[in-house]
Design a protein around this ligand. Structure first.
Ligand code: DGL
Length: 268
């Protein structure tokens, strides 16, 4: 199958969180068409088994490939951690995932080679970030912490709330005690907590936002494969979800940083 530069980039996540990646892509690549898929009916994935996550991931990747996307981006850290091979095996199009992008971002950011990783329990238990970082830099020391309460707190909109601050202090305590100089935000939801997390971690700790790292990697790959869209028109953005939950619009727009339109509900 030959990829067409005018075709859209397919981005997917377990829910609305991946819109942080879409937002970074819109800013970095303003002429690219994007098709987004958020599995809002089955979110959260971060506490599900590898088998279930792999099965869902396959369904989503197949759906997007039918939309003729020129590239697939696994925006969900949890899917990238345990099911990226599933996508790579079935996709004739190039596949990028946030973990690889975040790993490269961490290596670029760390001076003392002391890196903290935060994410969902499945992402942290998979050890995928450590593997990805060590593949490039074996002597980086890694300290991981699962932060399961962050996803519901962000969905609730408590981005700068005393409860979120206390929770962050509690979660980050053991990681910060290891004197890390870099902290990877290894979950789609965490970039929305960036100001609060920076405050709790202190100015000596560099936060790596995997959404931004992902946008950089996408731009580089599109250029390398000569797949950048040559058109300079207003791009087309389409959003597919499996359910429209209460407050979907508000949460989605917070993640995206702009009005959310062209939302379609997919019934499986
Ligand atoms: N999208 C997930 C991630 O990046 C967080 C939400 C979930 O648990 O599904 O890990």
């Amino acid at each position: 199958m030959q990829a067409n530069p005018g075709n859209a980039i397919g981005v997917f996540d377990s829910g609305v969180g991946g819109l942080t990646v879409v937002r970074a892509l819109m800013e970095r690549l303003p002429f690219e068409n994007i098709v987004y898929f958020g599995d809002t009916a089955r979110v959260p994935y971060g506490v599900k088994s590898v088998e279930t996550i792999s099965h869902y991931t396959r369904e989503i990747a197949e759906f997007l490939l039918q939309k003729q996307v020129k590239m697939l981006i696994i925006a969900c850290n949890t899917m990238a951690a345990v099911a990226s091979q599933v996508v790579k095996d079935l996709s004739p199009m190039p596949v990028l995932d946030v973990i690889d992008a975040g790993a490269l971002g961490a290596i670029a950011a760390t001076h003392r080679k002391q890196v903290g990783i935060i994410g969902t329990p499945t992402t942290i238990n998979s050890n995928a970030y450590a593997r990805a970082i060590h593949q490039y830099e074996p002597d980086v020391r890694i300290f991981s912490q699962a932060c399961p309460l962050f996803v519901p707190l962000v969905e609730e909109g408590w981005l700068d709330h005393p409860v979120t601050r206390l929770t962050a202090q509690e979660y980050l305590k053991p990681v910060l005690a290891q004197d890390v100089d870099t902290l990877v935000l290894g979950c789609t939801h965490y970039p929305l907590l960036k100001p609060l997390l920076q405050d709790v971690a202190g100015s000596g700790v560099k936060l790596v936002d995997s959404a931004e790292a992902m946008a950089e990697e996408t731009a580089a790959l599109l250029a390398e494969l000569k797949l950048s869209n040559p058109q300079r028109n207003q791009p087309d953005y389409q959003f597919y979800v499996t359910d429209v939950p209460l407050r979907f619009q508000t949460i989605g727009e917070r993640f995206l940083g702009r009005t959310l339109s062209n939302v379609h509900v997919v019934k499986w």
